[in-house]
Design a protein around this ligand. Structure first.
Ligand SMILES: Cc1ncc(COP(=O)(O)O)c(C=O)c1O
Length: 390
């Protein structure tokens, strides 16, 4: 395993560390919010980027076929997933991609459904484009989340939903959906003529013992090709968010044509060389680093957090982290839900994502903590949660 190298990101124009005042109106918080890592990217990525900088030739780039091969080989090696070269398209980030998808696959006023609590930019993609947001809540049983399929179906029918933005694995509740769950969701969508955008950005970040199933692979081969597009990227896996390089997988030719017409109309067909070079290097040479990050997140950090809170803050319910590096913690057993935000910020001096961001006030009392950091940071985060309850 490659050794993970800590990087102190304070004073590096980091959103997470240097954007505290903007988000929380305070400085000096311990930052465990924005979903990126406090580790350096793999050595092979730094080398590839340094070589490119050294060469100094920074004119227009023809994206090499070797980039696509690297992505395809990674998916095959890690997930047994066979993506075809002609299915792959570019977007400058997954957030941009699902915003575009809302524009491409729905009309103004159409309804778009999401499973709350969920990654909040999903809401913006819908509402800022003049579409109607339908929030269909997951079921929470003692911190374990599941889907109420009947409710999902009736929410779709009652609102004449046209598009579903699926989060798989699910940020913030950490579920890795089973193929059975995915098939049921997609079958309900099919019955009701709902197209699906699967945000699979966290798909490499899976706790041992769980298996990620791509939405496009959850049925018989090709079964859902004519209603699903999938979004992924190396950004979460290898801490490459700054590269703004993500992959849109569209097996269906008609759907692909719509995507291509849109990207041609806005004239965004490819990204910057830094993103491609970093992604290709990571997918080719980052396996040892990836094994190390998986070990760090699940074996070291999450185990520590769960055990420490069970011992010193037993009223907090920590959801099982099946995937993503974002722990979802229910603090309602510790204090009044409406007090959690102030207590965590003021007493704990801790910056986390707060529950209400993911779907409104009913999620007050929950926090999402980023565990893609050295154990020392996780210990500090646990100390801070405990201190916030004193
Ligand atoms: C579910 C999900 N989608 C998308 C993103 C961000 O995507 P990008 O940086 O590629 O726009 C995140 C980041 O936390 C995320 O959790």
């Amino acid at each position: 395993m490659e050794k993970l190298e800590f990087v102190d990101r304070r004073n590096t124009n980091s959103s997470k560390w240097d954007g505290l005042n903007r988000q929380f109106g305070r400085e000096g918080l311990h930052a465990m919010w924005v979903a990126d890592m406090d580790f350096k990217v793999p050595q092979c990525v730094r080398k590839a980027l340094a070589d490119y900088v050294d060469l100094g030739a920074m004119g227009y780039m023809a994206v090499p076929e070797s980039y696509y091969e690297a992505v395809i080989n990674w998916e095959k090696m890690v997930h047994g997933y066979e993506i075809k070269r002609q299915w792959m398209r570019f977007s400058p980030g997954v957030v941009a991609a699902f915003h575009w998808a809302v524009r491409i696959f729905t009309e103004p006023g159409d309804a778009v459904i999401v499973n709350t609590p969920v990654y909040y930019p999903f809401f913006h993609a819908v509402t800022s484009n003049g579409r109607k947001l339908v929030k269909s809540d997951l079921v929470n049983e003692n911190g374990h989340y599941s889907i109420d399929f009947e409710k999902f179906r009736s929410d779709i029918r009652a609102n004449d939903v046209k598009l579903f933005i699926l989060c798989s694995p699910h940020n913030p509740v950490g579920r890795v959906w089973t193929s059975h769950e995915l098939r049921r969701l997609l079958n309900i969508c099919r019955e009701n003529g709902v197209m699906v955008v699967a945000d699979e950005i966290h798909h490499d970040l899976i706790a041992p013992g769980n298996e990620f199933i791509p939405a496009l692979q959850c049925g018989e081969p090709g079964e859902f090709d004519n209603m699903v597009i999938a979004l992924s990227a190396p950004s979460k896996t290898f801490n490459l968010a700054a590269g703004q390089n993500s992959i849109v997988t569209i097996p269906d030719e008609k759907i692909r044509r719509k995507w291509d017409d849109f990207s041609s109309a806005i004239s965004v067909n490819q990204g910057n060389p830094f993103g491609y070079i970093a992604a290709e290097a990571a997918y080719r040479g980052g396996r040892d680093w990836y094994d190390a990050i998986i070990h760090q997140i699940y074996h070291i950090n999450f185990n520590y957090l769960r055990e420490r809170l069970a011992k010193d803050l037993p009223g907090a319910a920590v959801s099982d982290l099946q995937g993503t590096y974002l722990a979802w913690i229910d603090m309602r057993g510790v204090m009044e839900p409406s007090s959690v935000k102030e207590a965590v910020l003021e007493k704990g001096k801790l910056a986390v994502d707060f529950g209400d961001w993911f779907g409104g006030e009913k999620y007050n009392g929950f926090v999402r903590m980023n565990l893609a950091a050295p154990l020392e940071y996780v210990k500090k985060g646990a100390d801070a949660l405990i201190a916030s309850a004193e």
